[in-house]
Ligand binder design. Structure first.
Ligand SMILES: C[S@@+](CC[C@H](N)C(=O)[O-])C[C@H]1O[C@@H](n2cnc3c(N)ncnc32)[C@H](O)[C@@H]1O
Length: 254
């Protein structure tokens, strides 16, 4: 399963859910508040910008935003909301592609660093973020904490969510630190034999400590880690985190 096969025209067309799910104001508003604050009036670059869920409203708040995105169909959806002059986007891999200029902030949200399936690619992604930043600039990552405590020995799958018309199942390969999320959507009223729609995304899961080491390899220090965008304390029970990494300021000697 390659990322460009996953994020195809059909996935791109279904991605936006205005006002609900990941597009709900209670999800987006704290994200935008925090990113605008961390941009400190400078330019921001979103890795894996997608259809512009975050970038479009962030640009509307006056933060200059650019992007890198692998999938042309996702970018086509973004272009229905913002033109190239408003949000310039380079089509390419966030681990290697170069966007013109330098930035105060690079951000990578919604667990998407885990879409890079090799450790070396994830480290390269940190290095690529560093390459785009001004001295003292920040790289912000939103990522889930691997849910392996739910996985009994010998069992390769767990139900991660079950709602009316939706069941989500994660299948694990713990030897290779891989998890595939299977999202099944179906009509609640449909009888037996009715088709369910399946969307699958493979990930390489990352522990917070491993993420910090990747950051260190690229020249970053962890500035803050919270359980959400509003600054809730990160604890052993937290299911995800917002981690802010910072490059040394110019002239800094360590
Ligand atoms: C879950 S969506 C997130 C989109 C957007 N950041 C958001 O928060 O709504 C994942 C996106 O990552 C993109 N993607 C996956 N691998 C990528 C890579 N190596 N480089 C750039 N984009 C990538 C996909 O094409 C897709 O648009």
């Amino acid at each position: 399963m390659r990322q460009d096969e996953i994020w195809n025209a059909d996935a791109a067309r279904r991605y936006d859910t205005p006002g609900t799910g990941m597009f709900a104001p209670e999800v987006l508003e704290p994200t935008l508040d925090r990113l605008a604050e961390l941009a400190e009036g400078g330019r921001a670059l979103e890795f894996a910008i997608g259809t512009g869920r975050v970038a479009v409203p962030l640009a509307r708040r006056g933060v200059p935003v650019a992007g890198i995105e692998l999938s042309p169909p996702m970018l086509d959806q973004l272009r229905t909301k913002a033109d190239d002059a408003t949000i310039p986007v380079v089509v390419g891999d966030m681990a290697t592609a170069r966007a013109p200029g330098t930035f105060r902030l690079v951000y990578l949200v919604f667990n998407t660093i885990a879409n890079l399936l090799e450790q070396a690619e994830q480290v390269a992604c940190f290095r690529n973020a560093a390459r785009h930043l001004e001295p003292g600039g920040r790289f912000v990552i939103e990522l889930w904490v691997p849910d392996l405590r739910k996985l009994p020995p010998g069992q390769p799958a767990v139900v991660m969510a079950a709602d009316p018309g939706y069941v989500g199942v994660d299948t694990y390969d713990v030897l290779h630190q891989q998890v595939v999320s299977h999202h099944f959507r179906y009509d609640e009223q449909g009888g037996n034999g009715a088709a369910a729609r399946l969307f699958r995304t493979p990930h390489r899961y990352i522990w917070p400590a491993e993420l910090d080491l990747m950051a260190q390899l690229a020249g970053f220090e962890l500035e803050s880690r919270h359980a959400d965008w509003s600054g809730a304390e990160f604890t052993a029970a937290s299911r995800s985190h917002v981690s802010v990494y910072r490059l040394a300021a110019a002239g800094h000697e360590s």
